[in-house]
Design a protein around this ligand. Sequence first.
Ligand code: ADP
Length: 505
Amino acid sequence: MEHVAQTARLSAADVQARFDVLVSAAACGIVVTDAAGCVQLFNLMCERQFGHAAADIVGKNIATLLADPPPPEEILRSGTGDTVLPREMVGRRKDGSAFPILLSMGAGTLDGTSLFVGYIQDITAQKEAENAIREREERLRSVFETGPDAIIIIDEMGRIESLNAAAVWLFGYLENEVLGQNVKMLMPPPYRDRHDGYLSHYRTTAEKRVIGIGRVVMGLRRDGSTFPMELNIGEIQIGERRLFTGFIRDITEREGAARRLQDLQAELVHVSRLTAMGQMSSALAHELNQPLTAASNYVKAARRTLDQGVEQTRPKVQELLDKAAGQTLRAGQIIRRLRDFVEKREDNRAREDANNVMEEAIALAFVGASDSGVTVSTKFEENLPQVLIDKIQIQQVVLNLVRNALEAMAGRDRRELRLATAPEGGAFVRVSVSDTGPGLSEEVASKLFQPFVTTKSEGMGIGLSICRSIVEAHGGKMTATPNPDSGVTFSFQLPVARDGGEEAA
Ligand code: ADP
């Protein structure tokens, strides 16, 4: 009320002055036209925006301010009516240059004649920002689309949100066959069965098991074939939504895989050298201890014999025999020390999840064996206790067993690899690798774990003996049993890590 009263007291000249200030101080361009679009008012901001002096524009049609203007009626209708929708147009400056504007028209009447008021915003900066974002998006999209790695983006529930051309190609699906589906469809067991668990574990605990850590896992193509791949997972938080980006590289034949295998092989050589030494010394100890003990006994007996007669040779024989006995005992000591030394070899034991260790080893075993046509099935017991193992060594064992199984099944009709983990009596976790190969001949079976037993032209015959040494060094046993239908099951035990207690080295 006060406001109205005050305004009412103002003179016409005051009102005009206030109106002028209002219009010229407005932070947006204001242009007033009659019903035909003829400009009656052109404010200061408009002068700045268009580079025209108001005097040059007043009396001209509003269309002069636009590049490619639509008919004046249409311009005036922009944003009029019930819903005021600002309209994007292209303004034209006095110097002819064009710039993007947002025009909102308002309609009114003054003294019985229609008036149109246009509010003009220069949206050059906004457009530039939009373009920059679009450009960046396009650039990212082109990286996403044309990069060599397969990229799959999933939501928190594992549903595939998007995937790039490389992923489509790698897995052999059409894009619309996988969009919205659970990503586990691209994984063979055991990875498939465990994936939902990984996601829900992460949702509830935020404990990062795979994010930011590269892993080797198996992928499953549309045609049912599997391949080893290197998987790196990143996390994206968009507001409340969390997405995961998987970067996938097929490592079937890749350099990276070769390097990784080389690393493992170097480890294997190292391990085998140590285990060979271990084996050698154990064998030596076993072989030599008996005769040495016997020799020492014979010598002692000889000495006793001499005690009963042959007076003249006694002192000399006694002295020699004492020396001999001393030497044989010393030989025994040397062997014992050598064995102790080898048994105390470096061993990097840590608490591990047997299933995770298996998963990675299996994928590595398949490197270079992509078209093996083998179906892999697994029976991994969840909630296994952790095991205390040297992961690299145990992966060598699994890798060896899987490779042997694949080789045994090559060329056969039925090629099924079955892997399992299960708790065994509280102290152990049992791991088994089973195949549908021809099985073991009686001859091989009787000396299977001995070094240099092989039926392969290129075979060294040391794989299984090393495997057994590794397993035994872990306190377990390794066995091979024929399957009822066909093939062999190799199985071994891993020691369960005791609660709280660390290394039992
Ligand atoms: P290599 O593989 O170099 O021969 P290993 O010690 O690993 O050495 O294996 C010894 C032998 O045991 C093989 O040559 C093969 O005859 C036999 N063998 C191993 N695993 C299997 C299996 N899964 N099925 C049939 N035979 C096997």
